[in-house]
Design a protein around this ligand. Sequence first.
Ligand SMILES: Cc1cc2nc3c(=O)[nH]c(=O)nc-3n(C[C@H](O)[C@H](O)[C@H](O)COP(=O)(O)OP(=O)(O)OC[C@H]3O[C@@H](n4cnc5c(N)ncnc54)[C@H](O)[C@@H]3O)c2cc1C
Length: 265
Amino acid sequence: GMHFKRGGYVVSSRLFAESLFVERGVEWITGAHVQKVEAGKAFYETLDGESHELAFDFAMLLPPFTGTGMKAFDRAGQDITAELFMPNGFMKVDADYSKKDYAQWKAADWPKTYRNPKYANIFAVGIAFAPPHAITPPRVSTKGTPISPAPPRTGMPSAIIGRVVANNIADLVLGRTQHQPKTASMASLGAACVASTGANWWSGTAASMTMYPIVPDFERFPEYGRDLKFTFGDIGSAGHWIKKILHYMFIYKAKALPMWWIIPE
Ligand SMILES: Cc1cc2nc3c(=O)[nH]c(=O)nc-3n(C[C@H](O)[C@H](O)[C@H](O)COP(=O)(O)OP(=O)(O)OC[C@H]3O[C@@H](n4cnc5c(N)ncnc54)[C@H](O)[C@@H]3O)c2cc1C
C-alpha cells in the first residue's frame, strides 16, 4: 500500500480503496489465496489458515505472476535455464538476488540497467525481469501458504524501462561508448495510475494515484518510504478526463504516427 496527504491528514491507500468500495456497495476479502475454482464457486484460504467458499456468477482471476517458462541452452546444447531465469521463470538482471529478510531489503537491491550479468547482450524489461523481492512484508498463512502481492510492474514503469533499455541497446549497437548507460531503477522512478470508475464521457470519474518512488525507500523517506510531495490520490472528473486524453495519446504513440516520440510514457 501507500500513504498520501488528503485534507491535511496522512491517509493510507487502504482507507481510500475501502471508502470507494463502501460508496459503491462492494464487499471485499483480502489476505486470501484462491486454491481452486469450480463452476460458480471459488475455494480460498485466508491468512488464519481457514478454508472458505465463495459463490459467484462472474469472476476474473489473475493468477500469481510467473515467467513464460522458456528454456535456455548454450552452443553445446547444455541447459543454462538456471543461469538466465529465476525459479519463477522471470529473467535475472542486475538486481541483488541474495536471500534477505524484510528488514534487510534495500532500494539498492533493485535493477538499474536490466542487463543479464552473465550474458551482456541479453536484457529483460517490464514484466519480464525478476524482481529481487516483493515490496511489502511477505505473509504466510498458518498452513504455510504464501499470501503476498507481487511487486507492481505496471504500464508506466514498464514503458519507461523499455525506452531506457532500448536507448542503451542502440548505444551498444552503434558503438557510442562515450554514453554512460542510462538507468531506470524502480526505486528511483515514480509512477501514476488512473483507474476508471465510470467511463461515461460526461458523468464518468476516475481514481488517480501517483507515487514516488515506486519501491519504498525507508533510508531516504524513513516515515512512509515515499515522498509525500509526489505521492497523491484523489477521485473525480479530472482523472477521468486525463484517462480519456491518455487513451488517445497512447494509441497514437503505439501506431508510431508523426512525432509519436514526443508523447511520454
Ligand atoms: C488485467 C490487467 C489489468 C491491468 N491494468 C493496468 C492499468 O490500468 N494500468 C497499468 O499501468 N498497468 C496495468 N496492468 C499492467 C500492465 O498491463 C503491464 O504491467 C504491462 O503490460 C507490462 O508490459 P510488458 O511490455 O512488460 O509486457 P506485456 O505487455 O505483457 O508484453 C509482453 C509481450 O510479449 C509477447 N510474448 C510473450 N512470449 C513471447 C514469445 N515467446 N515470443 C514473442 N512474443 C512473446 C506477449 O504476447 C506480449 O505481447 C494490467 C495488467 C493486467 C493483467
